[in-house]
Design a protein around this ligand. Structure first.
Ligand code: GLC
Ligand code: CA
Length: 559
């Protein structure tokens, strides 16, 4: 495998709106980010992914872009963005931005021109179709609810949107549109961006016949992802995109890809793949409900362990994936993947360790490094997220009471990850001096960065040691390129694996159970690299792991 500049890097996702507000308007901003670069550097972060900061009406929190060449006023100015790039560079850090090119905002100039004249040049930047006997052209349900086809007032036409109706899908079949997007991507890369996180990219290929599918819900519609799964040919678009943009700049790209087809992984992340890497969502997909959040199954430990291990084994045959515990679309991992007894500092460190030492590029989501958890929500009005509002209605339609539907949203809502970062124990967790745009998690007095700074045993200081271990001169090679080998898979509660190459063999072992377990070691131990119990005594043949204990050991007899 050819080595790439990004293989050994650690990444961090910033959701700018909730990161840090510098001017008291309740909204996080670029100045806030700049002021925390040293904090991120101390954590060991190399690559920073910024969720969208482009000009936007914020119907879907910036994933609806109305000008790809402008910074949203809420976040700051282009000068401040340039300053951020320069300050990151000074610290040997890289900035990547979100690239949202499956759709734009309905306020984008292209769409406004298209609406004014659907038959004209810009009409062909989107999908306009005639209805069928007074009905929309097909029966697809958008990801945020309702039909994917929105009527154009005063005409017999509809336009297509897989997300909100304010996010019309761009017509990738049109070469002029593609060229506009490539120009824009290159413009940012020439500015000094290191690459992109690429949004909803599998969705760019449509079946131009837009056939109906068997309805799968009481609304008579079928999930639009069914069309995505049934159409071939996205690879040609993706190669064209790569050759005209990323490849010329040796950019790092990480794509959000769901619904990939069997056997397609090498085409996406192999040597000449469409992207550098893609996110591994295999554990997250375990809680996909058949009809929505209300029937989302709880996480079963063994299924979770298997999902991660299967994915690691498959991926190492062809490339690297990006490993996450959570992101801005998912509830907090501590609240989701850990049983109640494990939602402690020890459990949080354990989850972080088994995830960050996997083979692949770790992405830490803001607040994960201090162990932020799901928030407390008392009514549907407290939420901002468009998807949460939709899922609340889906649950109510399915017969759940208000209280039951709120419990469902409390468990699954994307807003759990979007509450302001808890910087200290002062008002609004130190996020803003004004009124935060989204309610702060009430647990900020117990969980915040400032108090953890002081405590050598805190989640934050543990995360620093964890990242440092992964990147240390001595172990970097094995944690980056070493093989992933599952271990102790016959146990009920242990998640364990080896990372090994010709020089080194490291065992990562964690007990997710409530009782102590004893494992028979297969190799003598040379050194303890990390322990969330501060264990210093090298285990002999037997390894005792208390509930929520994790240990990282170097084996002695290797090679
Ligand atoms: C991706 C984003 C999500 C957004 C959607 C539409 O899934 O991560 O936040 O709502 O795309 O752009
Ligand atoms: Ca602000």
């Amino acid at each position: 495998m050819n080595q790439k500049w990004w293989h050994d890097k650690v990444a961090y996702q910033i959701y700018p709106k909730s990161f840090l507000d510098s001017n008291g308007d309740g909204i996080g901003d670029l100045r806030g980010i700049i002021s925390k670069l040293d904090y991120l550097k101390a954590l060991g972060v190399d690559i920073i992914w910024l969720s969208p900061i482009y000009k936007s009406p914020f119907v879907d929190q910036g994933y609806d872009i109305s000008d790809y060449y402008a910074i949203a006023e809420e976040f700051g100015t282009m000068e401040e963005f340039d300053e951020l790039l320069a300050e990151a560079k000074k610290r040997d850090m890289y900035i990547i931005m979100d690239l949202v090119i499956n759709h734009c905002s309905d306020q984008h100039e292209w769409f406004q021109k298209a609406l004014a004249n659907p038959e004209g040049e810009y009409g062909d930047y989107f999908y306009f179709r005639k209805g069928k006997d007074g009905n929309p052209p097909s029966n697809y349900r958008s990801y945020f609810g309702g039909n994917c086809w929105e009527p154009v007032p005063g005409t017999d036409l509809y336009y297509f949107h897989m997300f909100a109706k304010e996010q019309p899908d761009l017509n990738w079949e049109n070469p002029r549109l593609r060229q506009e997007l490539y120009n824009m991507v290159n413009w940012w890369l020439e500015k000094g961006l290191a690459g992109f996180r690429i949004d909803a990219i599998i969705n760019i290929k449509k079946n131009l016949d837009f056939p109906d599918f068997e309805p799968d819900g009481p609304d008579g519609l079928a999930g639009c992802w069914k069309m995505v799964e049934s159409v071939d040919g996205v690879g040609e678009f993706l190669q064209d995109l790569k050759r005209n943009t990323f490849q010329k700049h040796d950019a790092f790209t990480v794509a959000e890809v769901f619904n990939m087809k069997e056997g397609e992984l090498p085409a996406f992340i192999g040597e000449d793949g469409h992207f550098s890497t893609i996110f591994d969502f295999s554990a997250h997909c375990l809680s996909d409900g058949a009809h929505g959040w209300y029937d989302a199954p709880p996480i079963d430990f063994k299924a979770w362990r298997k999902a991660i291990m299967d994915s690691q084994l498959e991926v190492q045959e062809c490339g690297f994936e990006a490993n996450i515990i959570e992101n801005h679309d998912e509830p907090r991992g501590v609240s989701r993947f850990l049983p109640e007894y494990a939602r402690t500092a020890a459990g949080t460190k354990m989850l972080g360790t088994v995830s960050l030492l996997l083979r692949g590029i770790p992405f830490i989501y803001q607040g994960q490094e201090i162990g932020m958890q799901n928030s407390v929500w008392n009514s549907i009005e407290e939420y901002d997220d468009i998807s949460t509002k939709d899922q609340y209605h889906v649950a109510r339609e399915a017969g759940l009471t208000d209280a039951e539907a709120l419990t469902v949203c409390g468990r699954m809502s994307r807003d759990n990850a979007r509450t302001p970062v808890q910087w200290n124990g002062q008002a609004n967790a130190g996020f803003t001096t004004g009124t935060p745009w989204l309610k702060v998690n009430p647990n900020y007095t117990a969980i915040n960065a400032e108090s953890q700074e002081q405590d050598p045993d805190s989640v934050l200081n543990y995360y620093r040691r964890l990242v440092a271990t992964r990147k240390s001169a001595e172990y970097k090679e094995v944690f980056t390129y070493g093989k992933f080998v599952p271990s102790y898979t016959d146990t009920e509660t242990v998640m364990a694996y080896y990372r090994e190459d010709e020089q080194k063999q490291v065992l990562v072992a964690a007990n997710f159970g409530e009782e102590t377990v004893t494992l028979k070691l297969d190799h003598p131990v040379k050194r303890i690299l990390l322990s969330n119990q501060n264990t210093t005594e090298i285990p002999a043949q037997l390894l005792n792991l208390k509930s929520c204990e994790v240990i990282v050991l170097e084996c002695a007899d290797h090679m």
